[in-house]
Structure formats: C-alpha cells, structure tokens
Ligand binder design. Structure first.
Ligand SMILES: [Zn+2]
Length: 88
C-alpha cells in the first residue's frame, strides 16, 4: 500500500519540526553548525550551554549528523586544550 503521497494527514507533518524520517530541517542544521564553535568553547568554559544555546542543544539531540559535527569539533577543541599529542 504505497500511498504515502496521497495520505490526507501528510501535509500536517510539514508543520512539525521533524520529518517522518527523523531528519531535522536543513536550515536548522545550518544554524546549529554556525553556533557549534561557540557552543563547544562555551561548554568547555563551563557555561550552561543547554540554556545558552537551547536550540542547538535540542537540535544535537535530534540530529545525528550535527551531533557528529559537534563531536568532531569538541574532540579537536579538547585535543588542542590538553595538547593530547600522543593520542594518535
Ligand atoms: Zn542538524
């Protein structure tokens, strides 16, 4: 029964933040990634980033792609901070 496109409730989904595949809207990813460097540096500084960057924090919970980006940035930042030269 592949009638996805004809389902009457389908257009309602467009008002939700997430599509049925769990993908966040692209503009959310854009904004999230723009704030990631600040998010990471403030997090490292001990700021309450969940409050300061609530949208970003929420988005990271929803979006595996951006979370990977966050992990990469945080990894680089911590490596630079602690100079983990022998972690290769
Ligand atoms: Zn994203």
């Amino acid at each position: 029964m592949a009638v996805d496109n004809a389902l009457p409730w389908r257009h309602l989904l467009s008002s939700l933040r997430l599509s049925p595949t769990g993908q966040a809207p692209a503009e959310d990813c854009q904004r999230c990634r723009e704030s990631l460097p600040l998010f990471v540096s403030d997090e490292m500084a001990g700021q309450a980033v969940d409050d300061l960057y609530m949208e970003t924090a929420v988005h990271l919970d929803l979006c595996p792609a951006c979370f990977q980006e966050y992990e990469a940035l945080a990894g680089l930042a911590y490596a630079a901070l602690y100079d983990l030269g022998n972690d290769a």
